[in-house]
Write a protein that binds this ligand. Sequence first.
Ligand code: 5GP
Ligand code: ZN
Length: 112
Amino acid sequence: MDCIFCRIAGGEIPATPLYRDDDVLAIADINPQAPTHLLVMPIAHHANIGALSDAADAALTAKLFAVASQLGRERGANGYRLVMNTGADGGQTVDHLHVHVLAGRPLGWPPG
Ligand code: 5GP
Ligand code: ZN
């Protein structure tokens, strides 16, 4: 399996970690859609939130959201948005679970 986020998490592709522990990594999105656009991902490969749910790793799920919301709170004085695109219709382009953290401008609703 050739997964770009596994390669980043494994250090094969350099990236500046904004947060890292044994379970979770946060990096800046390469193509930011807002002044703050971060990606928070598990180090372990899970294709999407459904796969993580199937794996029933409640601790990892909780940590993923805790890190994402903490980064949002730190960077989004007026609020922030967490997004998990899932599958083709959900707009997912990298099949390694990640939470987008968007902040720094008013975000429209509904999304595209
Ligand atoms: P998705 O479309 O799967 O919800 O989100 C994938 C995100 O990963 C996109 O916002 C895209 O800009 C970002 N991305 C893709 N490749 C790379 C990369 O090599 N490095 C970083 N930092 N972000 C990436
Ligand atoms: Zn992966």
